[in-house]
Design a protein around this ligand. Sequence first.
Ligand SMILES: *Cc1c(COP(=O)(O)O)cnc(C)c1O
Length: 464
Amino acid sequence: MTALNLRTTAEIQASDAAHHWHPFTDTAELAAKGTRVISSAQGCWLTTNDGDRLLDGMAGLWCVNVGYGREEIVEAVARQMRQLPYYNTFFQCTHPAATEFAEALSEVSPAHMSRVFFTNSGSESNDTVFRLARVYWDCLDKPSKKMFIGRRNAYHGSSVIGASLGGMGAMHAQSGLPVPGVHHIGQPYWFGEGGESDPAEFGRARARELEAAIDAIGEDNVCAFIAEPIQGAGGVIIPPETYWPEISRICREREILLIADEVICGFGRTGNWWGSDTYAIEPDLMSIAKGMTSGYIPMGGVLISDRVAEVVAHKAGEFYHGYTYSGHPAACAAGLANLRILREEKLVERVRDDLAGYLAKAWAGLADHPMVGEARTKGLLGALELASDSAARTRLAPLDGMGAGARCRDLCVENGLVMRAVGDTMIISPPLVISHGEIDELAARARKALDGLADAYARKGAAA
Ligand SMILES: *Cc1c(COP(=O)(O)O)cnc(C)c1O
């Protein structure tokens, strides 16, 4: 039990249902089920208000890369807040924390990117990207280049522009999105959409949709292509190895900007500092957030290539864009302390040289489970495709109105594991400090949940 909270779980749930409107939530359904109350956390483990421990296979929401309970970050933030809790970075001002963090970021950024624009979230980063990329072409006297090309089932945030650049059908349907100026092409999701083609051929075909879209829209009208190196919220969609080389070729041959949304892939998740390193992508702009502070304080940013920076800095005059909390001192202090941990503990190298292989092996052990159609990983991202027939990639029918993924997710929680469901794709993104023993535990608990799922389907089959 946590000592921090004197209210009972039932009291917290009742108050929460009355006053707290949750993101991405069916509010009526939540009130009926009751929220899970997480009260404390340490390392890779969450503790509920009732004292149950859960292994956090998602690092919060893909962000707590250095794990929970890092005193170095807590201390750095407290120190900064005592010295200067807030000052803006508008009007000719800066402060030491913003300067120091920007410089530290440039040391780990790709060589051609030496500047950062600070935001407070991934969504704001993509709003910034949308405006900055358009300003870039205006500066080059190509004002017709306004159209963004994104991908179906991509996630770029929940602001109006973030949701528009993203390709989430349910989000679009609810509020009349996307806004004009955004076009979507297909995603490199072989398991879900590859049909009879082989993955390499499918990867190339999906990449060439970009070329076809540029031709259809007209190169003079296209501003940029934006994509996550690996789609996260869409279901940890690891593209076939043929995909990114083909996208890179198209972006080199055509005059458009290439924007990598590194909000999940950045800061070591794929075994390099950037997903762009993992796939040899050379982006003009990169959106960052999440692992930037390991989630201890909200923060995001846009890393800007020197090519874009020189043009905009010299030709645009004032860039009429910024947030009150751009470069917030406490967030910068958290980011600096986080970066120091990543570097001193060599966590990026640890993912590359040790954990990626260890997780891949543990995960591959689940591939032959009768409920699993595919098990895939890259770095510390992983997915399990639930299917009744792995060769045919046949999906499971819902049981009593509940999809297999949602049921599997609940079974994971019953077995002390947080694993997220995207439709019938189960996904993980654990902290980069996870141990071998904890990876074994993660796989063992996932297997128990899959066994429970198999039992539920067998019982239903016997009853039918
Ligand atoms: C989470 C996410 C975002 C949005 O970040 P917020 O901080 O929630 O606004 C954008 N892009 C990607 C790839 C993400 O995973």
